[in-house]
Ligand binder design. Structure first.
Ligand code: HSE
Length: 434
């Protein structure tokens, strides 16, 4: 039977993993589709010793693939948003279906790419763009399609989770662990994307669109990284029964959607708290199904290739199906997207962990608690550590739920107190109750 002809643009970590999985599992994949997949063309400037591409046509110019009349599907694995965007749009123009692992491309340019693909009647699949090998987009858009999704919360950046885990378990230094994550191939080309939450914000943008049927709105995600988290915060969180995770949270509040990426205190006993190292996990709460949890490798050559190849298989099966009968790009029909607003961070309500260092003198705590009480902020728990004379005193507070704007105003006033010595750490708390 006529094979599905695939072109792979980019032969880095994920590209070589994709070649290896397609070759190793060729027979099983052919049994799943009903016809074989042929890697007909590779776009790469240089070979990658991690895979064998003997006998496959190779072009240094990836645009050769976009114009290759032989290809049914173009797999974009070059990354970035400039050449990748042009490549994908050119391939669409030439009638190719697209598979991509590129979260930045989809989060920032997906709306325009989908419009172009819809006009040309081709598909765009991007399972590998979120949480690596976890089939989370198919779970949200298909497996849970019966549900009204209430919220999604996930550890969706492996590098950040690896850093927080190593800091907590081994007391290791932030910069040293980041270097190791880079050497292991987990980190983005620019690792600030990992530690400052941009990578997670790209992924959350995509998750939220598929969860709620809203357009991709990357610029509206509130994003805070993990670079300010200290060993002191990790220990203090532990004291109160929490661990610190870098979460992406998308919530339908009824008045709008919260889209936020930030370090979060979660109770030690919830399952997400046990997701360690480079692993990812996503919790989804649906009105019919209740809470669900999806766990797996969020990065790496073959876990990501697992998702890329699954998309190739899905498109291979559907090559003869009319475009309008396929699953819509974002799981909801383009003409049925919701205009639900994305809420600003000031409108979010949650509990807070506050850590500060103060001078050891009478009345300091009274000043702090007065400011909190004036803003309607109720303290749930508190500790003040005993230190030597003249040393700054660490104070840690846990609050009840309060609107972010009230907390921001209170912290501005507290920071202005003469006895408060340095930057105040504020971390949001989520109990993840379904
Ligand atoms: N840098 C990403 C991570 C890779 O660490 O999760 C997968 O998107």
């Amino acid at each position: 039977m006529k094979p599905v002809k695939v072109g792979i643009a980019g032969l880095g970590t994920v590209g070589s993993g994709t070649v290896n999985v397609l070759q190793r599992n060729a027979q099983e994949i052919a049994r799943r589709i009903g016809r074989p997949i042929e890697i007909a063309h590779i776009g790469a400037r240089r070979p990658n010793p991690a895979c064998n591409i003997d006998g496959i046509r190779v072009s240094a110019d990836v645009f050769e693939l976009a114009r290759d009349p032989e290809l049914d599907i173009l797999v974009e694995l070059i990354g970035g948003t400039t050449t990748a965007r042009e490549l994908v749009l050119t391939a669409i123009e030439h009638g190719k279906h697209i598979v991509t692992a590129n979260k930045a491309l989809i989060a920032e340019h997906g709306n325009a790419i989908f419009r172009a693909a819809h006009e040309r009647g081709v598909d765009v699949a991007f399972e590998a763009s979120v949480a690596g090998g976890i089939p989370i987009l198919k779970a949200l858009g298909e497996g849970l399609a019966a549900n009204h999704i209430k919220w999604v919360a996930g550890i969706i950046n492996g590098t950040g989770n690896f850093i927080l885990t190593e800091m907590r378990d081994k007391g290791r230094d932030f910069a040293e662990v980041l270097k190791e994550a880079q050497a292991l191939g987990y980190a983005e080309a620019d690792p600030t994307f990992d530690v400052e939450g941009i990578d997670a914000a790209h992924k959350l943008t995509i998750l939220a669109s598929i969860a709620f049927g809203i357009p991709l709105q990357f610029s509206k995600v509130y994003t805070e990284g993990i670079s300010r988290i200290t060993a002191e915060d990790i220990k203090a969180a532990d004291y109160f029964g929490y661990c610190i995770k870098h979460l992406g949270i998308a919530k339908d509040t009824g008045n709008g959607v919260e889209l936020r990426v930030h370090p979060t205190l979660i109770p030690k006993e919830v399952l997400l708290a046990s997701v360690n190292g480079v692993m990812n996990a996503v919790m989804i709460d649906g009105d019919a199904v209740g809470p669900t949890l999806f766990y797996g490798a969020g990065a790496g050559a073959e876990p990501t290739a697992s998702a890329v190849v699954a998309d190739v298989i899905e498109l291979g099966r559907a090559l003869t199906v009319d475009h309008d009968e396929r699953v819509p790009y974002l799981g909801f029909h383009a003409d049925a997207m919701s205009e639900m607003p994305v809420l600003g961070i000031d409108e979010v309500e949650c509990s807070f962990y506050i850590r500060l260092h103060v001078q050891d003198r009478t009345g300091v705590l009274a000043d702090i608690t007065r400011i909190l009480s004036d803003k309607g902020i109720s303290i749930e728990a508190m500790y003040q550590k005993d230190v030597d004379d003249n040393e700054p005193v660490p104070v840690v507070l846990m609050t009840h739920r309060i609107r972010e704007s009230a907390m921001r105003e209170a912290l501005e006033q507290i920071a202005a107190l003469e006895a408060v010595l340095d930057d105040i750490m504020r971390i949001r708390v989520e109990t993840l109750d379904a």
